[in-house]
Structure formats: C-alpha cells, structure tokens
Design a protein around this ligand. Structure first.
Ligand code: NI
Ligand code: MN
Length: 230
C-alpha cells in the first residue's frame, strides 16, 4: 500500500490512496501557484476544507457538485455548502474525530480567522489529522504556532504540512519550531510564495530542521511524495 500526496500549490493537496482521491483546500482557480486547473483533478471521493477563506474554500462548491462527493469541514462550512446545493456534507468541530469511508479525520485547533465568501461566519478554523491506509497526515490549515501541537503529534505523524508564509500564518522560524513539536517523519512547508505578502524562503524552514530526525521536503507545485509507509 502506498499513499501519494501531491502539492497543488498554496495549501491545496491531493491525496491518492489507489482507492480514494481526497483533496484538501482545493484553491486552484485564481491561484497563481496552482499546478493544475480544478477540472484537471481526478474523480474525488472527498474534499476537506480547513476554513472559509477563499484561498482554502477555493473550488470546493464546483468540485463537490461535479463529483457529487463528500465535503468534510466545520459544521458552519458544511451548512453553508449544504445551503448551496452540496448533497454530501459532514460537519465536525475541533477535537472531534470521525471514521469516514476513506479514513479517519480529526479536526484540530488552528489559530486564525474564518469567514465565508458571503461574509458569514465560518466557525473556528481547523487543521486535519488524517489517517488513511495506515498513514497519518497532519495538515495544519492556516495557523499561528501553538505549543499544544505537541499533543497533535503524540501518536506519531508521518507527514506534517505546515504553513510558513508569515503575515497570515506562521513564518519559517515558527513553522520549523512547530515541526519539532509535532515531530513528523517528513515536514512539508506550504502557504508561501503564492503572493508577495507571503513570499518567504522555504529553505530557511529546511535549514532550521537540519540535525533533527525530521526530514524537511520542499515540493514544487505539482510534485508528489509517495511511498510514505516505511
Ligand atoms: Ni485563511
Ligand atoms: Mn490562507
């Protein structure tokens, strides 16, 4: 078994298990960093959305309707999408886990904001602790550094996806410290370089993890990590 994780640019990732295709924060249209168009994605089993900001909700509405697939997010965002014609939504809240057909998803805290495109409240922003095919992936969402990240990693994380663009989220220094708190096997920086405001150097993130047992991997948009299982 293997799980393939592809960075689509910004905070968007495609996770392919062979049986299921999942996408997290599918912001592709109007994303200058996007490695593909929304309509070039394979058939999706589920879409996971960390918060309501347009650079995360992105193409969710279009893709959810196109594939008639499940959307997992906060209760507020699930209701927002349901009200706009998305049939299969599953709302959770921070701290809560649920076993979906494709794997287990636990919502984690994220220190950020969350409003929806129409200005309505999107609930608390979240991150995802995702278990698929025996692989544990943590997508932090948009967040500041917080020391409880140590608790998120306590059962072992294979791959952590961490924002490092600064201004709206952690910068490279805080993201590297976050990695040491979570202690994944592999740490991938994200949410940088999309616009001038978040144009940080991911090499600084990687440099700060030198000498630790965490392997930083800097992806280019469109690049994948596979064979995550030891
Ligand atoms: Ni945001
Ligand atoms: Mn963002």
């Amino acid at each position: 078994m293997s799980v393939k994780v592809t960075w689509l640019g910004h905070a968007a990732f495609l996770i392919e298990t062979g049986k299921y295709n999942l996408v997290i924060d599918p912001f592709l249209t109007d994303n200058p960093q996007a490695s593909c168009k929304a309509d070039e994605l394979p058939e999706l089993s589920a879409i996971l959305v960390t918060h309501g900001h347009r650079d995360h909700l992105g193409d969710t509405l279009h893709l959810a309707k196109k594939f008639n697939c499940l959307v997992v997010s906060t209760v507020e965002i699930a209701n927002y999408l349901k009200g706009r014609g998305v049939k299969h939504v599953h709302g959770q809240q921070p701290g809560g886990a649920w076993k979906h057909p494709f794997g287990k998803v636990k919502l984690t805290r994220a220190f950020h904001g969350s409003f929806l495109p129409d200005g309505s409240y999107g609930g608390q922003p979240v991150g995802f602790l995702l278990e698929v095919e025996g692989v544990t992936i943590y997508h932090a969402g948009d967040t500041a550094l917080f020391s409880d990240m140590k608790l998120i990693g306590r059962k072992g994380v294979d791959l952590a996806l961490l924002p490092c663009g600064d201004n709206f989220t952690m910068g490279t220094e805080d993201a590297a410290l976050a990695a040491t708190y979570i202690h994944p096997r592999i740490a991938v920086p994200m949410h940088y370089g999309t616009w001038e405001l978040i144009d940080t150097d991911p090499q600084d993130f990687a440099r700060r993890l030198q000498g630790s047992s965490i392997k930083p991997v800097i992806l280019k948009p469109g690049e994948s990590l596979s064979q995550l299982i030891r």
